[in-house]
Design a protein around this ligand. Structure first.
Ligand SMILES: *Cc1c(COP(=O)(O)O)cnc(C)c1O
Length: 408
């Protein structure tokens, strides 16, 4: 954890704890913190480093808390949404930002809302049937619309990561056979304008070279399609998918290096006149979030130590969703008002778990603990993306965490 942010969050937690103590409030500590200042610095840098022909849209689904969106809106080029709910949220609060609409299973209502919206710039079409339905709506409304076709194709450098979404059966995008049917259909319409293609074939990419190779393959495919299909395409969406090294958070994807290499590839492949658009989520918002929870109990069972905290995967599903042990730090809290002995653990290996009645409620495992006591606070970093918003909040009906947005 960055030391300034660390001391800022420690200070805030201590203030909240002291406030509780002075009011004799026995409730246990459980909060999300979002550092909007570091989010701002990070997103500014991401956009600043982009090669000239590139744009950065934020994938709203990664974290759609309003203060997060507001902070990002100052720097990103627009928002990627994948539901009517996300579309309405962005339209309501950011009426001047361009929007792209993607995602499988679009309803007719969603497609109609896209056509009606002045902000939706492109619809990413995921299937042949979706294209037919959009075309029908265009005719009924006497409207035209700009689209990208989302592809799921095999590429030479497609990595095999946990969240690979391409070159294998998934509900996302279309294979070449369907692409050909779509192209033939589009060529007979005058109200559907194909601007380019969309490829989001891998997530959780933590190696710059691997991701550069994948994008270089996207470029080659795009050029091949233009040439063989005799199409004038000027737009290529390369998706998101930049990962976070949850197991080794100090090893951060080097965005600046990635962008400088990308710039060279764009020039070498003569794609400087094509708009290349990113739609990143995780890499933008993960770093700004922290989930801080109080230790309730410490126990040993069958030779393993368990540190049980207020909260769990119903608030913070990220480690379970990705199958990793999540990075954390411990904030010691000195206050101990009870007459009974304070349980503690010193120089031991332990699992950090939540309060749910399921063995899957694990946040960190096999971690060395220097010292921890009941009443101390465990702070999970990198909790700003696919964290609170992907969790099953009502499972067991425990209290929900407080939300703190830190600014200035
Ligand atoms: C989820 C998603 C993204 C964002 O992915 P990240 O891994 O968060 O960068 C971008 N595009 C599509 C189509 C997605 O489904």
């Amino acid at each position: 954890m960055n030391t300034t942010i660390q001391s800022k969050i420690h200070g805030l937690i201590k203030n909240i704890k002291n406030e509780k103590i002075s009011h004799n409030d026995q409730s246990l500590f459980c909060s999300y913190f979002y550092d909007l200042d570091s989010l701002k610095t990070h997103s500014q840098e991401i956009v600043r480093e982009l090669p000239q022909s590139c744009q950065m849209f934020y994938a709203t689904k990664a974290n759609s808390e309003l203060p997060i969106l507001k902070t990002l809106s100052e720097d990103v080029h627009g928002f990627e949404v994948a539901s009517l709910g996300e579309l309405e949220l962005i339209q309501q609060h950011f009426p001047n930002h361009p929007i792209i609409f993607g995602g499988p299973g679009k309803t007719n209502d969603e497609l109609a809302a896209c056509l009606k919206s002045k902000q939706v710039e492109l619809i990413h079409i995921e299937s042949f049937f979706e294209l037919i339905r959009l075309s029908d709506l265009c005719k009924k409304n006497k409207q035209s619309c700009d689209i990208l076709l989302r592809l799921n194709i095999e590429l030479p450098s497609l990595p095999k990561t946990k969240l690979t979404m391409g070159g294998s059966p998934t509900p996302f995008g279309m294979d070449e056979e369907t692409l050909i049917s779509c192209l033939s259909f589009i060529s007979r319409q005058n109200d559907i304008h194909l601007k380019g293609i969309h490829l989001h074939l891998a997530s959780l990419q933590t190696c710059e070279e691997t991701h550069l190779n994948l994008i270089a393959d996207y470029f080659d495919y795009f050029k091949k399609l233009q040439k063989h299909g005799q199409l004038t395409l000027n737009h290529l969406n390369v998706g998101g998918g930049i990962g976070i090294n949850y197991n080794d958070p100090n090893h951060k994807f080097n965005w600046r290096y990635f962008c400088s290499k990308l710039d060279t590839i764009i020039k070498n492949k003569e794609l400087t006149n094509t708009t290349i658009r990113f739609e990143c989520g995780r890499y933008i918002s993960a770093f700004c979030g922290y989930y801080a929870i109080e230790v309730i109990d410490i126990k040993e069972t069958h030779d393993q130590n368990f540190i049980i905290c207020r909260g769990g995967t119903h608030h913070f599903r990220t480690p379970y969703a990705q199958g990793h042990s999540h990075p954390f730090t411990i904030l010691p809290i000195e206050h101990w008002p009870h007459s009974y002995t304070r349980p503690e653990l010193k120089q031991a290996t332990a699992n950090i778990v939540g309060q749910l009645c399921t063995p899957k409620d694990k946040l960190a495992y096999n971690r060395h603990i220097h010292h921890i006591r009941v009443g101390d606070i465990v702070i999970f970093s990198h909790a700003g993306a696919y964290a609170w918003n992907i969790s099953h909040h009502n499972f067991l009906r425990h209290p929900q965490p407080d939300m703190h947005f830190i600014k200035g």
